[in-house]
Design a protein around this ligand. Structure first.
Ligand code: NQM
Length: 369
């Protein structure tokens, strides 16, 4: 397929992120021409993404590619792509649980899944990780309803609920094989319940963990420490050289302040999240329950409930998380569920910048990812 001059596209908010949703059949099948096209669609590389759909932040520079699934356990396949803002890069090494919230509604809108009369459950294979999720949302009269009274922190107003249940991941919750590692003199717990995440007590990096994302992003000494820890944690987690990857994420933990289990500030991995990723929160929630892990000492967990309320800079995210073990005795999370909302913003045709008039400009120092 030669790169199309126009592409069918739906812009959706998924949870606290925003992205361009495509049918796989509307994009080149090969990753290299597909990614080159998506950079031109989003307006990257450019820190303002002024000539494309991207919103000049990693949370609004996201793409979902959806196709019917050949897997009997799923209705659709969902490939998530992170389009870098200020670099000519498209990454497929992470999943995104926020953009996932729009996948079910998009699949119904495009006719890949027939809607139920009241609600629809769409079974989704997440291609990036090989994990599965089921998203359930209202479809009265066979049409997706986006309005409703569900509220999530980080999104103004209310919308229809999208309930996402994750099937238990097959992998080890502790990818380094240790409950705690020491990296650069800092105790960390490396955990993966859908998103590779490094848990660090904020106090061990001489911050409180209650600072604003802007204040934390402005702290160059902290950025240098986090980069060193991340590169080594990535290696120990079996991810190889992560200098150009968006995983692992880094989550600073502090005691809760608003009745939750813990306060978080998450680096994704350079920018500080204005809330927290869904799978990032699922990994934090599972990590807090690991006896002896970083954070287990400061978290306030309700022993009688699976609900873990993760506080973040703009509110909280509730994760239903119950711990368990895999058949070979490794730690895993048995069940994870979250409430999200999603909204169709526009549906139509996107016109990518032409390849000829979209030269790749010199790159600024440092990355915004
Ligand atoms: O962790 C941001 C987001 C995410 C990812 C990131 C996400 C998740 O908030 O499942 O949703 O961590 O890069 O969209």
């Amino acid at each position: 397929m030669t790169a199309p001059a126009e592409v069918r596209c739906m812009l959706m908010r998924g949870g606290t992120s925003k992205g361009a949703y495509f049918l796989a059949e509307d994009l080149p099948a090969e990753p290299a021409p597909r990614d080159a096209l998506l950079l031109r669609v989003m307006g990257s590389p450019d820190e303002r993404q002024i000539d494309g759909l991207g919103g000049a932040h990693p949370l609004t520079s996201k793409v979902a590619v959806i196709s019917p699934s050949a897997d009997p356990r799923a209705d659709v396949d969902y490939l998530f792509l992170q389009v870098a803002v200020d670099k000519p890069e498209v990454g497929d090494r992470q999943n995104c649980g926020n953009i996932l919230a729009g996948v079910g509604p998009f699949a119904v809108e495009r006719g890949l899944v027939r809607a139920g009369e009241e609600e629809t459950a769409v079974r989704i294979r997440m291609v990036n990780t090989g994990d599965y999720a089921t998203a359930t949302f209202p479809t009265p009269g066979g049409r997706v309803r986006y309005t409703g009274d569900a509220e999530i922190s980080g999104v103004p107003g209310t919308a229809a609920p999208v309930v996402i249940e994750f099937a238990a991941g097959a992998g080890n919750l502790l990818p380094t094989g240790n409950v705690r590692d020491d990296i650069d003199g800092v105790p960390v717990t490396c955990v993966d319940n859908g998103m590779p995440t490094v848990l660090i007590e904020a106090a061990s990096l001489k911050v409180t963990g209650y600072e604003t994302p802007a204040a934390l992003e402005g702290d160059q000494e902290l950025a240098d420490r986090l980069r060193t820890i991340r590169l080594e944690a990535g290696r120990r987690m079996g991810l190889g050289d992560v200098s150009d990857a968006t995983v692992p994420k880094l989550t600073l933990l502090a005691p809760p302040r608003d009745g939750g289990a813990v306060t978080t500030r998450t680096f994704i991995p350079v920018r500080c999240h204005t809330s927290i990723g869904v799978l990032g929160a699922a990994s934090v929630a599972a990590g807090l329950r690991i006896h002896g892990g970083v954070g287990a000492g400061l978290a306030e967990l309700d022993a009688g409930s699976d609900r873990v309320r993760i506080e973040h800079p703009t509110g909280f995210l509730d994760v239903e998380s119950s711990p368990g073990t895999t058949p070979d005795g490794l730690s895993s999370a048995r069940r994870t569920a979250v409430l999200r909302t999603a909204r169709k913003i526009f549906d139509g045709t996107v016109f990518p910048r032409s390849a000829e008039t979209a030269p790749i400009p010199p790159q600024p120092k440092g990355s915004q990812r």
